[in-house]
Design a protein around this ligand. Structure first.
Ligand code: PGA
Length: 240
C-alpha cells in the first residue's frame, strides 16, 4: 500500500485528475459515494463541462442502502448522480449499479448479476473511501476477505454516521455492496480519507496487519493500492 499525502486544498484536484484519466480509458471503473471524494467529483464535473473529454470507461456502482434508489436523497446513487453522473454525457448502459429496491431473493440476483458483470468486465480502478469503522463500501467489520457482492447487515457505526447523508433521520439496516474480493480483483485501487475525524481509523489501519475485523486492512494484500490522505488525517506524531 503506497501512502500519498497532500494538503486539504490539493486533495480534490489530485483525486479528480486521477478520475479523469481513468474515465478516458476503456475498462470498468468503480467510484464510491461519500463525503470524502465529493469535491473531487465536482471538480471532474466542472472540468467536463468546460471541456468534454472522451468517456470510454464503464462505470460500476460500489454499494447502496437496501430499500433505496437513485431518486432517494441520501442514497449512494442519488449522491453520485447529483455530484457527477448528471454532468457527464453517459451512453445507455455505461453505468451499471445495484437495484437495492428489490427484496429477498431478488437482491441475491442483483449480487449474482454484479459478480457476473465483473467477471466479464474486470475492474481497472476502484476508488473507495475508508469508513469510520474501517469498512470498505458496505463491507462491515468481520466480513470475509473472500466475499463477493453481497447483502450486509450494517454496523451501528455505519447507521449512525450515514445519517449525515439524509435530510431526516432514516432507518437503515442492510446494504448491498461489492465484496472485498471484487475490490481486490481490481488492477488498481485508490483508497481515500480526509478530515481530522478519520485520524483514529487511519492510525488503526496503518498499525494493523490484514485482519477481517478491519476490512480496510485487506488493501494491504493488494499489489497496486494507493492510500491518499489529506494532511488533516495524517499527522506524523499520531502515526509513529
Ligand atoms: P465518507 O464515507 O466519505 O462520507 O466519510 C466513507 C465511507 O463510510 O465509506
Amino acid at each position: 500500500m503506497e501512502l500519498a499525502i497532500c494538503s486539504r486544498h490539493q486533495f480534490p484536484q489530485l483525486l479528480g485528475d486521477a478520475i479523469i484519466t481513468a474515465l478516458q480509458q476503456e475498462g470498468s471503473v468503480c467510484l464510491a459515494s461519500g463525503d470524502t471524494p465529493q469535491l473531487a467529483y465536482r471538480y471532474v464535473a466542472a472540468q467536463y463541462q468546460r471541456r468534454p473529454f472522451p468517456l470510454r470507461a464503464t462505470l460500476v456502482g460500489l454499494d447502496e442502502w437496501v430499500g433505496f434508489g437513485p431518486q432517494d436523497e441520501g442514497s449512494c446513487q442519488y449522491a453520485m448522480h447529483h455530484d457527477l453522473y448528471q454532468h457527464l454525457s453517459l451512453r445507455p448502459g455505461q453505468l451499471r449499479q445495484f437495484d437495492a429496491r428489490r427484496a429477498g431473493d431478488a437482491l441475491e440476483e442483483e449480487c449474482h448479476r454484479m459478480n457476473q458483470l465483473l467477471t466479464e468486465q474486470p475492474l481497472r480502478l476502484v476508488l473507495v473511501g475508508i469508513g469510520q469503522n474501517g469498512h470498505l463500501g458496505l463491507n462491515e467489520p468481520g466480513v470475509a476477505f473472500s466475499s463477493l457482492a453481497h447483502v450486509s447487515n450494517l454496523s451501528e457505526t455505519t447507521v449512525r454516521v450515514a445519517q449525515k447523508y439524509f435530510p431526516q433521520s432514516t432507518t437503515l439496516r442492510q446494504g448491498i455492496t461489492l465484496g472485498i474480493a471484487n475490490i481486490l480483483a481490481s488492477e488498481k485501487i485508490i483508497a481515500v480519507a480526509n478530515g481530522a475525524h478519520k485520524r483514529d481509523i487511519i492510525q488503526r489501519l496503518l498499525m494493523t496487519p490484514p485482519s477481517e475485523t478491519l476490512p480496510a486492512t485487506s488493501l494491504k494484500q493488494h499489489h497496486n493500492t494507493q492510500l491518499l490522505l489529506d494532511d488533516a488525517v495524517f499527522h506524523v506524531e499520531n502515526i509513529l
